[in-house]
Design a protein around this ligand. Structure first.
Ligand code: SF4
Length: 438
């Protein structure tokens, strides 16, 4: 029996692609292993969004040379967003001659054929579909958890934010049909899945490429009716398309969780324009205020980039001001890194590293106390928690997520994993809550 090991870099989209790769390989009888040394195939699912993810994948691929020397039959395959870019793909292949198979984000379903071709001929196999309107709906995924699942609703992006490589690697925006999404979610519900997270680069644009136009909120309303599904989440939303209709959906759909991830990236209108984000700080805040007014207990998280080319101290202060006004529950914060092929990479006024690092620390100094304050408001409240797993450090401690997506630790036994239970919050930290089951 062939064994495979897979390493995943990057976001939920990549994690979900990895679940699909596992499904595809298990379907042909391969077995997954956590130990690279005993694998017959090692797969790297790469991410192109940040330079650090590219460097990690590149470095770890280099480390595989020794394994390949000891076991020349070992197959090394590389896939994911990085391989969609020809220059990066060529660079990886020129530096890492031990790579045997390269495939892209659009042809995961072809992996068994690619392995077969490599085994028969011994040749390097490269199969990347650069751009496609096609959607492979006949591909399932091997879910990491039985009680929660990712569901792709659309692929690609049309926004071309100036720092982002995604439209060049994942192609133009295309939506899956309503019917196929509903089928998938109904099947998930039948197998005991309680929580779904709908995935797309900009879910607010869902349906625009369909013949029968359907808005994202209409899709949510249809999914809300599916019996067995108890929670619906989604990632990611673009502020420029965040509609009143979606705010209404939060009010009317009982399964839609009270959490929104709405990447703002910067609080400076000048930088937002350079980023090609198509909204202003004021417009972003107006959406947040309206949402908070309508759904007072909603948790709002965001993404922020520090040190975008040309960012001045005044621009950065605008970002700090926005954080204080928006009162984010938490944020993914990033140092700007150059992605070749994007417009921002051509900008000449790159920010020196020491300034970026200094601003990054100042950003966290503002963010963390606000996040802690928001967590403190939950003390003594009872939260519905989907129990996810046993703590790595203590087998009597469970962890799970509230509806507003906060991580909670509490005492309990493993037989309630996968259930939704009531937990009273007794203590909070910046990133986690503690509680007891009631
Ligand atoms: S919306 Fe902007 S940041 Fe998000 S994937 Fe599209 S181009 Fe990239």
């Amino acid at each position: 029996m062939m064994k495979f090991h897979i390493s995943t870099f990057g976001c939920q989209m990549n994690e979900h692609d990895t679940e699909k790769i596992i499904w595809v390989l298990e379907k042909i009888g391969y077995q997954q292993t956590n130990n690279r040394n005993e694998a017959d195939i090692i797969i790297f699912n790469t991410c192109a969004v940040r330079k650090t993810a590219e460097d990690r994948a590149f470095g770890q691929l280099g480390e595989l040379q020794d394994l390949k020397r000891k076991n020349p039959d070992l197959i090394i395959a590389v896939c994911g967003c990085l391989m969609q870019k020809e220059e990066i793909r060529d660079y990886f292949l020129s530096k890492h001659k031990h790579i045997d198979i390269v495939f892209g984000t659009n042809n995961i379903h072809k992996l068994p054929q690619l392995i077969d071709r490599h085994l028969r001929t011994g040749d390097k196999v490269i199969d990347v579909i650069e751009d496609t309107r096609e959607i492979s709906d006949n591909i399932d995924s091997n879910r990491k958890y039985s009680y929660k699942a990712f569901v792709d609703i659309m692929y690609g992006c049309n926004n071309f934010c100036s720092y982002c490589i995604v439209p060049y690697t994942r192609g133009r925006e295309r939506s899956r049909s309503v019917k196929s999404i509903i089928n998938e979610v109904e099947n998930l519900a039948q197998t005991g899945c309680k929580e779904i997270t709908l995935l797309g680069q900009n879910v607010n644009s869902y349906g625009k490429t369909l013949e029968e136009k359907t808005t994202f909120s209409q899709l949510l309303a249809l999914l809300n009716k599916i019996e067995g599904i108890e929670r619906i989440r989604f990632m990611t939303s673009h502020p420029k398309d965040f509609s009143d209709e979606l705010i209404e959906a939060y009010k009317s759909l009982d399964k839609l969780c009270n959490h929104l991830h709405l990447p703002v990236q910067s609080g400076s209108n000048r930088i937002l324009k350079l980023m090609n984000r198509n909204y202003t700080k004021e417009q972003y805040l107006e959406r947040i205020y309206k949402l908070r007014e309508e759904i007072p207990d909603i948790a709002i998280t965001t993404d922020i980039i520090v040190g975008f080319p040309g960012e001045t101290e005044e621009d950065f202060e605008e970002t700090l001001d926005l954080i204080k006004k928006a009162k984010f529950d938490s944020a993914f914060t990033f140092l700007y890194s150059i992605r070749e092929g994007t417009n921002a990479a051509k900008m000449t006024n790159q920010i020196p590293d020491e300034i970026k690092h200094d601003r990054f620390q100042r950003l966290l100094d503002v963010l963390y106390p606000i996040g802690l304050e928001s967590n403190k408001r939950l003390i003594k409240t009872v939260q519905k928690v989907l129990v996810e797993e046993i703590s790595k450090n203590d087998e009597n401690i469970l962890s799970g997520r509230t509806e507003c997506n906060k991580l909670v630790h509490f005492k309990g036994s493993r037989d309630i994993i996968g259930q939704i239970v009531d937990v009273e919050i007794t203590n909070v930290k910046t990133f986690t809550l503690e509680g007891r089951m009631v």
